[in-house]
Structures are given as structure tokens and as C-alpha cells.
Design a protein. Structure first.
Length: 357
């Protein structure tokens, strides 16, 4: 399709030419040269304040521990699922709710049990709660609210006194935050959307404390999750074990009673002995038949317990030494520079508005 020279030279309203771009850049450079002193002063101050703030921040160490859940349980293979349903044993189909597990890790129960475990940190063995108190000098902070908390340490043998309850509540909030706000918590967690590999991240002022806490946390979460998952199957298994042991005792007692009665009946033709002996033998046969059924059910319950037990597998654990995760000087330097530029533009705008009044 041929276009006329007039159409070729026609400009659209929103078209920007190269010459306009060059003129705009030149005007911008001219403006910056005219305000060079103010720009340098404001941007320099902003960058300087940002770098000074970063330099004052303490070094923190992040310990990362990753693990996975294997929930490929299928007790319904070969029709076993129907039998297990008759026994009252349900199967845990589908994927485990990893969000639920990670939230359990931040529950008061799990955090408290982790804080009360002894661990060797920086050459000293004591409960993790007291390591946190000393590392963060929490006694000095608590003194602002309670005068008796300056030198306080938690005693594992006395956990219900008012001071301990206050200290544990403060430690929980510092480590896991609240359900409404987890952003400033020392403990964080995440998982992959495709592989469901879960990770715990613990950030403290000590690399040994970060590693010790995240390892104990993983152990407590893993044990709690497995125990609660198999709770129903374990209860059924224990009941069948108890019934088997009780029936085994009855079988032994009945067999001994038959043997004693047969010994007493040697050379005797009393009908009463024969009747008692026949009844005991029938009773023993019934016990043995019931025992066989219980043994079969026990095997199924044991299989259900095994298949319903989730596999919580540790993948990577943190090791010494951890690298400090201090704030990035480049990042905050740029933010300080931009903040200074915005502040200077605000000053120019305010000055312009003032002159127009």
C-alpha cells in the first residue's frame, strides 16, 4: 500500500521525537546543575544517615533448617482399607496441611517446650530461655515494667510463678510474634509451592543460639506432629494389645484348669468331673478362636499404624559458622540517597507554594 509524502510527514499528537528527548535531557541537566549544591547536600545527608543507621545495627545470624513430609499413605491397598474401617481406623489421605504444621511450630506449646530445653550455647549449658535472656539483656528491658525482673532467670523446677509466666510470655512474643503480626518475630517459616519442602529460619544475635533453637524446635514439632497424626491408630492398636493380653491370660488359666481337673479325674468315673471338663474344653476352644481373630486384627492395626505414621525427614540442618545477615550498605545507601532527593524536591515545592501565597 502506497502512502503519500504528506502522510509520511504527518505527526501524531502523542509522538515524541528525538529532538524533544534531547531537549528534555538538556533541561534536566541544566536544572540539576543549577541546584547541584542543594541536591548534593540533601542526598549526601540522606545517604550518610542511612549508612550510619546500618552501621549501628547489631549483626544477626540466621539458621535455616529444611525438612519434608512424606504422606504417601495408602492403607486401602488390597482391600485392607475396608477392614481397617471396621476396626475404626481411618486413613490420612491427601497431602498434609503444611500451613497447619508450620503454624503449630509457632504455637505457645511448642515454643515453650523448646525454650525449656537445655542446650550448650557459647560454652555454657542452660535452658534456651535463659540463653535468650542473657543474649538480649532482657532483664534490663523488663525492669521498666517490673522492678523484680532485673537479674531474673527461669527455673525449670518452678514454672508457675508470676515472674516466670511474664518472662515466658515476653519470650514467645519475641520469638514467634502474635497470630496477627509475625513480621518482627525472630522465627519465620516457609515452604515451596511445588515441592512442599519446608524451612525454619531463626534469627538471633548468636549463631550458636540460632542453631540450637531451630534444631530443638524441629525435634519438638516433628514428635508432636507424628504423635497427633497416629493418635487414633495408636489408641486402637493399644486396645487390641490389651485385649490380646487379657485373652491370652484367660487361655492359660483355662488350660491349667483343664490339666488339673484331668489329673484329679484319673481313675475316676464321676460324671460331674466329665461335665466340668467338657465345659472347660469348649470354653478353651472359644477363647482360642477369639484369640486367632484378635491376632489377625492386631496385624491389621499394626499395618495401619505403620502406614498412617508420617515421615518427617530432615534435609539440611545449619552448621557452624553462620554468616551474619547484617543490613545491606548498598541498599540502604540508595534508599538514603533517594530520600534526600525527595526531601529536596519537597523543599522546592514548599518554597514555590510559599512564594505564590
Amino acid at each position: 500500500m502506497n502512502t503519500s509524502p504528506e502522510e509520511k510527514n504527518k505527526r501524531y499528537a502523542d509522538e515524541i521525537t528525538l529532538s524533544e528527548v534531547v531537549i528534555s535531557v538538556a533541561e534536566l541537566v541544566k536544572w540539576a546543575r543549577n541546584h547541584a549544591l542543594g541536591l548534593i547536600l540533601c542526598c549526601g545527608l540522606g545517604c550518610g544517615f542511612a549508612l550510619f543507621w546500618v552501621a549501628q545495627q547489631p549483626e544477626e545470624y540466621v539458621a535455616e533448617l529444611s525438612f519434608m513430609l512424606n504422606d504417601d499413605n495408602n492403607p486401602s491397598i488390597s482391600g485392607v482399607g475396608g477392614v481397617l474401617s471396621q476396626l475404626g481406623i481411618g486413613s490420612s489421605g491427601g497431602k498434609y496441611n503444611v500451613d497447619k504444621l508450620l503454624e503449630i511450630a509457632k504455637s505457645d506449646r511448642i515454643i515453650d517446650s523448646t525454650l525449656l530445653q537445655e542446650s550448650l550455647v557459647n560454652g555454657r549449658r542452660q535452658i534456651l530461655a535463659n540463653h535468650f535472656i542473657e543474649t538480649y539483656d532482657l532483664g534490663e528491658q523488663w525492669k521498666n515494667h517490673r522492678d523484680d525482673m532485673g537479674d531474673f532467670r527461669i527455673d525449670n523446677e518452678d514454672l508457675q510463678n508470676e515472674q516466670t509466666l511474664y518472662a515466658m510470655r515476653s519470650l514467645r512474643q519475641m520469638i514467634s510474634g502474635t497470630k496477627q503480626n509475625r513480621e518482627k518475630a525472630l522465627l519465620s517459616s516457609d515452604y515451596g509451592n511445588t515441592d512442599y519442602i519446608m524451612s525454619f529460619y531463626m534469627k538471633t544475635l548468636s549463631d550458636s543460639l540460632s542453631i540450637s533453637f531451630v534444631e530443638h524446635l524441629y525435634e519438638n514439632v516433628s514428635k508432636f506432629f507424628i504423635d497427633k497424626t497416629i493418635e487414633g491408630s495408636q489408641r486402637v492398636y493399644d486396645l487390641i494389645i490389651a485385649e490380646r493380653d487379657s485373652l491370652s491370660k484367660q487361655i492359660n488359666e483355662t488350660a491349667h484348669a483343664i490339666a488339673e481337673l484331668e489329673d484329679k479325674s484319673l481313675g475316676s468315673f464321676r460324671n460331674t468331673n466329665n461335665v466340668r471338663l467338657a465345659l472347660l474344653k469348649n470354653k478353651l476352644i472359644g477363647y482360642q478362636a477369639s484369640f486367632q481373630i484378635i491376632v489377625e486384627n492386631l496385624g491389621r492395626a499394626k499395618y495401619a499404624l505403620k502406614t498412617n505414621t508420617p515421615l518427617v525427614q530432615l534435609l539440611d540442618k545449619p552448621t557452624h559458622p553462620l554468616s551474619s545477615s547484617g543490613s545491606s550498605y548498598v541498599k540502604y545507601g540508595v534508599l538514603g540517597f533517594v530520600s534526600g532527593l525527595i526531601f529536596y524536591l519537597f523543599i522546592l515545592f514548599a518554597t514555590l507554594v510559599y512564594r505564590k501565597l
